[in-house]
Design a protein around this ligand. Structure first.
Ligand code: ADP
Ligand code: MG
Length: 324
């Protein structure tokens, strides 16, 4: 699709986000009864053969995931290549427009905050979306309230994932500071980047929904790590990642803080789950799949479970089948 046809189909209404990775606009989709969409523009480095293979792959994975229409993942309607020069290509990703993100939702929640049963329901949906991504080997890497969308009906939809390689190019072009508050310790230590990094973020978000303020508000990698260790304690050498620049011995010993002090309003089962999200060692951290069966979620509305919890690929084609 060229620049003119994108401009013809989508009529921008407002700018709704400007992150490190590009601008997001709310627009009307004139070819589809004027429904609202969110347009995300990202710049991609152009190589001799056009778009880098890594970009083509990432977009292909996003499209394949979309074929499943998972209820807890934002719909991707279209991907357009809008303009191109020798140096860069502009991609426009067209998503369904969702009323608000979790940051706005939490800010707007009237006192005394989001009801515990609503938090539980949203957490369940969040984990279902994440389990879906993980089962397709997609790590979100930047899970935070701004990247979690909430529909007016209270449905949770994950956004802003799957473009890590495109982003690393874009990052070099901007000076926007990326928040560290939801980063897993192994990411801060530059050790590994597997699915458990997202479950750490889930733990931070879970606590924040009760606290109504972020759990760890660091202002640099080391400061962030220090704030984490103040709460979870300095782990044993065995639980510290190997071959990282910062050794365990660089941090003065401290005991873990009682979890009840962080989230006094959380029920006991919630606290036990929270501790499993905040396991320092990623190999001891609970997975999204396991978390969904945690007793904390026993009381989740069966409607929520039956609507959202369809075994992945049960009656839909697998990625491999789609690709064939
Ligand atoms: P960035 O890479 O800049 O973080 P995001 O995809 O996270 O880009 O979008 C930035 C912001 O725009 C989000 O935090 C959210 O508030 C808003 N946003 C993103 N996608 C949508 C959407 N589909 N519907 C409504 N708002 C969105
Ligand atoms: Mg974002």
């Amino acid at each position: 699709m060229d620049k003119e046809s994108v401009a013809q189909q989508y009529e921008p209404v407002a700018e709704i986000g400007e992150g490190a990775y590009g601008k997001v606009y709310k627009a009307r989709d004139l070819k589809n009864e004027g429904r609202f969409v969110a347009l995300k523009r990202v710049r991609v480095q152009t190589e001799e053969e056009g778009m880098p293979l890594s970009t083509i792959r990432e977009v292909a994975v996003l499209r394949q995931l979309e074929a499943f229409e998972h209820p807890n993942v934002v719909r991707l309607f279209d991907v357009c290549t809008v303009s191109r020069s020798d140096r860069e290509t502009k991609l426009t990703l067209v998503f369904e427009h969702v009323d608000q993100d979790l940051t706005t939702y939490l800010e707007k929640a009237p006192d005394p905050g989001v009801p515990p049963e609503t938090i539980k329901d949203m957490m369940y949906q969040l984990l279902q979306g994440l389990d879906f991504l993980h089962s397709h080997r997609v790590v979100h890497r930047d899970l935070k309230p701004q990247n979690i969308l909430v529909t007016s009906g209270g449905q949770i939809k994950l956004a802003d994932f799957g473009l890590a390689r495109i982003y690393s190019f874009q990052m070099a072009l901007t000076s926007v500071v990326v928040t560290l508050w939801y980063r897993a310790p192994e990411v801060l230590l530059q050790s590994s980047y597997a699915t458990p990094v997202d479950l750490w973020s889930v733990g931070c978000i879970f606590a924040e929904m009760f606290r109504r303020r972020p759990l760890f508000r660091g202002n640099s990698d080391v400061d962030q790590l220090g704030k984490i260790l103040d709460v979870v304690g300095v782990p044993s050498v065995e639980d510290w990642p190997q071959e990282v620049a910062l050794p365990q011995s660089a941090f003065s010993p401290r005991p873990p803080q009682p979890i009840g002090e962080l989230v006094p309003d959380m029920e006991e089962l919630g606290k036990s789950l929270l501790l499993q999200f905040l396991a320092f060692n990623p190999s001891r951290r609970i997975s999204a799949f396991a978390a969904l069966t945690h007793p904390y979620f026993q009381s989740v509305d069966s409607d929520t479970k039956s609507v959202y919890a369809q075994p992945i690929g049960s009656n839909k084609p697998t990625l491999e089948e789609r690709a064939a």
